[in-house]
Design a protein around this ligand. Sequence first.
Ligand code: FAD
Length: 421
Amino acid sequence: MNPTGTIFPFTERSRALQARVAEFVAERVMPAEAEFAAHAADPATRWTIPPKLEALKAEARAAGLWNLFLPDADHGGHSRHPASRDTCASMHGAGLSNLDYAPIAELTGRSLHAPEVFNCNAPDTGNMEVLLHFATPAQQSPWLGKLLAGEIRSGFAMTEPDVASSDATNIALPIVRDGDEYVITGRKWWTTGAGDPRCKILIVMGVTDPDAPPHRRQSMVLVPMDTPGVRVVRPLTVFGYDDAPQGHVELYFDNVRVPVANRLGESGSGFEIAQARLGPGRIHHCMRLIGLAQRALETMVERARHRQAFGKPLGGHGMAQEAIALSRCEIEQARLLTLQAAAALDAQGNKGAKDLIGMIKIVAPRMACRVIDRAIQIHGGAGLSQDLFLAQAYAGARSLRLADGPDEVHIAALARSMLKS
Ligand SMILES: Cc1cc2nc3c(=O)[nH]c(=O)nc-3n(C[C@H](O)[C@H](O)[C@H](O)COP(=O)(O)OP(=O)(O)OC[C@H]3O[C@@H](n4cnc5c(N)ncnc54)[C@H](O)[C@@H]3O)c2cc1C
């Protein structure tokens, strides 16, 4: 039994979904990992979508394991635009609270491909939430339904190579009004998912109001990928992993023109939308990391049981025991903290849960890096090789010490909040 279930009372619905998602990940997704890896290793298919991925998505959708991340109106899933509520209600996911969804996100984190199989992958989840909360029905209609159906993908382009983007007020991409259009020229990078041939829409943050106070200068605009002038410059790599076919890319906007009607919310509301986007997304990221660390620990235990060195199994050596025991403690600590943050988000909203969300963003990626590093060590050379999931898992966990805000920014914000109170 999962001991956290006794502290955090998951609903019966969540518990039933947890069991079904666990089974689907173990029996359908993880056995397909080798096929996905072979597809990505072949230069002819590298930036194309493995047919197996679409087949698994269809299976998960038919089984009702789809869009589970999306809360209902009672849990903050309503649109600000009353006219779009009915449309969106018909497309809603399971209507789970953040607390009920958190253990499901953990299970999907066990495999790199599982989040997409359930249409619960970043950055699409955050982008769907932004469209749901901040877009008008006219802005939603070309994109939101298709994203919720898993037919297209999206990117979120905020970070820029030329400014310290961990401070969102630095974002400098000019979005200049020209009559009824905005003209966008400049660079973005680390736009996750924009290398994917199915990526059709970008949410782009840039400066529309250069003379306003720092937090009111930026806006977010919808930029269809096929708009003339949108160029994918290159895929970026994390320790050599390009995460094809989704990728993390550098983009150049060369005099890109979009209607002013593509702006989300009021002019200057980009910072506010960015803040709203990140609350649930950070909980999902952290729970997925906990799932990944849990899988690394299970692999570590399995190896320590069977691999013999110096006359006994690795598990008979004190240092391997320490790696296993500390990993279990640290995973459980991070899990409890993250579930607490999810419960606080449900009860108090983004603002009330701010400190706890900052805490998990500091704790979970560091924990996952430590646990996966120990698992690599216990596997010797195999741990670093392409034969196991561990090396790529480490690259992913390490990325999350930067993506969605570097550790230091969360540490500084948490300390400021405590010093103020
Ligand atoms: C794999 C991956 C995927 C990503 N996906 C996306 C995406 O989809 N969309 C997107 O827009 N961005 C994405 N990012 C970018 C990520 O969000 C940024 O890299 C991050 O916000 C940091 O911005 P920066 O790189 O400009 O670093 P900088 O802002 O230049 O910061 C550099 C370093 O300065 C230090 N620092 C900053 N502030 C403080 C402080 N207050 N106190 C002490 N030290 C500080 C930190 O160590 C920080 O790491 C992704 C990044 C990675 C690695």
